[in-house]
Design a protein around this ligand. Structure first.
Ligand code: GLN
Length: 194
């Protein structure tokens, strides 16, 4: 079984760990560079990206994470994790930085107070015919998809909410809370193929 790390600085890392264990992966919670060095893939969970950014630098993980991204480690970011993987954050707060890797621009909390939290079904051809029920929680939107990245899912209005680029995968929403494990299975397949 692949060893899959879940970045455990902040956010809903336990939910991801549970889903991945349920799919047969060996899961490591990653809080230090030595733990990162031992995984075959990594999930960056939802939470608060500005806090995760700060903690990743405090814990000496920001540089090792950037090197892992460059080195081709499969990494899946959900919500705040997607923000961490974006090359550009259009509205980061207080000097917020991202790790980068995905050729996209994201806007944080893009749905305003009314759409703070909502659920919808998405057609995602990469996951098969059956729509995916997606839960958005203070979610970012992908405002711009550069030539190196591919959109995997869009809302009915065309706004992009899932992207892929080589070893990297990102979703605005939270597949770890719905019981539909197809995104995690898709990610595990990427790890096995890497
Ligand atoms: N709004 C959060 C951020 O900017 C993301 C929310 C989430 O991960 N559920 O990081």
């Amino acid at each position: 079984a692949p060893t899959v790390g879940v970045l455990a600085l902040q956010g809903d890392f336990r939910e991801h760990a549970n889903v991945l264990r349920g799919l047969g992966a060996d899961v490591t919670l990653v809080r230090r560079p030595s733990e990162l060095a031992a995984v075959d893939g990594l999930v960056i969970p939802g939470g608060e990206s500005s806090v995760m950014d700060k903690l990743s630098r405090t814990f000496g993980l920001a540089e090792p994470l950037k090197e892992a991204i460059e080195g081709g480690l499969p990494i899946y970011g959900t919500c705040a994790g997607l923000i961490m993987l974006a090359n550009t954050i259009v509205d980061g707060i207080r000097g917020q930085q991202s790790l980068g890797g995905l050729d996209v621009s994201v806007r944080r909390n893009a749905f305003g107070s009314q759409g703070d939290s909502f659920e919808t079904d998405l057609d995602i051809p990469a996951l098969g015919e059956h729509p995916l029920h997606a839960v958005f929680i203070r979610a970012p939107i992908v405002e711009d998809v550069g030539p190196k990245a591919t959109a995997l899912a869009e809302l009915a209005d065309g706004r992009v909410v899932a992207v892929e680029q080589g070893n990297l995968l990102g979703t605005s929403f939270h597949p770890e809370v719905t019981g539909d494990t197809r995104f995690h299975e898709y990610f595990l397949a990427k790890i096995r193929a890497a």
